[in-house]
Design a protein around this ligand. Structure first.
Ligand code: BJW
Length: 233
């Protein structure tokens, strides 16, 4: 990042819900139709790679067909008009923040449009399917997997994320249940280093962290309204 962020925004599945992408833990969420241990752990992938490829090939197609909503667009506007260093730390594996125009997006749980070769370690931009077991363009072995962080695996870019979190003045959390770590611990880290913390979510987080401010409602409404106020003196 060229300019240190004054504002860091942590996003989760709720920010993309109104773009038609399923969340995980709602009544109609992905974890009600798929077992986490089957599709989001390295052990599940080792047991049944075809099932895991089907799951992520479908989600990649869904994300490709989705378009950014008013919340993604408002966060891009916040960077353009208020904080050129604004960092978005997203747990989401879609690219809707980038397509809305945000330029500092850090994906801590990986990306659907990336493949990881388990033989040579290459990370490759990948928008096609993986279920047909294509060869790795770098080493030729048919060992590509979704470049997604599953339970028990180390998240990406944690040092940079924690540095930005410690340095920011405002830490906003949008559309996440706040149950998956280490993301769930970032608001407390920001607060410990003096940041103001804000939750913008459809509903209160269970057993949640005591945010300085909470605004409940659909992201497409609460995020643009919050963004409108950030440029005010
Ligand atoms: C709306 C809305 C609208 C709806 N508008 N809002 C400390 C304590 C306890 C456990 C642990 C710990 N540290 C680590 C762990 C273990 C584990 C963990 O956290 N377990 C907990 C479940 C207990 N964490 C890990 O294993 C992580 N790895 C790790 O820590 O490694 C350590 C290590 C270090 C060194 C070497 C090796 C290891 C990895 C976590 C990986 C998470 N992966 C997933 C799936 C892969 C990505 C994918 O397929 O997309 O990531 S799980 C899933 O949950 C996905 C999401 O990114 C993540 C968070 O979900 P999110 O975004 O919050 O969605 P929901 O559905 O839960 O919530 C949506 C919210 O939106 C709701 O509140 C709605 O109300 C709201 N909403 N519509 C606004 N329109």
């Amino acid at each position: 990042m060229d300019v240190a962020p004054r504002i860091v925004v942590l996003t989760g599945a709720g920010v993309s819900a109104e773009s038609g992408l399923q969340t995980f833990r709602s009544a109609d969420g992905l974890w009600y139709s798929h077992r986490i241990t089957d599709v989001a752990t390295p052990e599940g992938f080792a047991r049944d790679p075809a099932l895991v490829h089907r799951f992520y090939d479908q989600r990649r197609a869904d994300a490709l067909a989705a378009v950014p909503n008013a919340a993604h667009r408002a966060l891009a506007r916040l960077e353009r008009d208020v904080d050129p260093g604004l960092a978005i730390v997203t747990q989401n594996v879609d690219d809707l923040h980038e397509r809305a125009g945000s330029s500092h997006v850090i994906h801590l749980h990986g990306e659907l449009n990336s493949a990881l070769c388990t033989a040579c370690g290459s990370r490759l931009r990948w928008t096609a399917t993986l279920g047909d077991r294509p060869p790795c363009p770098e080493c030729g072995s048919r060992t590509l997997r979704p470049d997604i962080v599953w339970f028990g695996e180390a998240v990406y870019h944690l040092d940079a994320i924690e540095a930005a979190t410690r340095a920011c003045e405002t830490f906003a959390v949008v559309g996440t249940s706040g149950v998956v770590y280490p993301a769930a611990g970032l608001a407390a880290l920001a607060r410990a280093h003096g940041a103001r913390t804000v939750l913008l979510n459809l509903e209160a987080q269970d057993g949640g962290f005591g945010y300085d401010e909470v605004r409940l409602g659909p992201a497409s409404e609460v995020v643009p309204a919050w963004v409108d106020e950030q440029g005010e003196p």
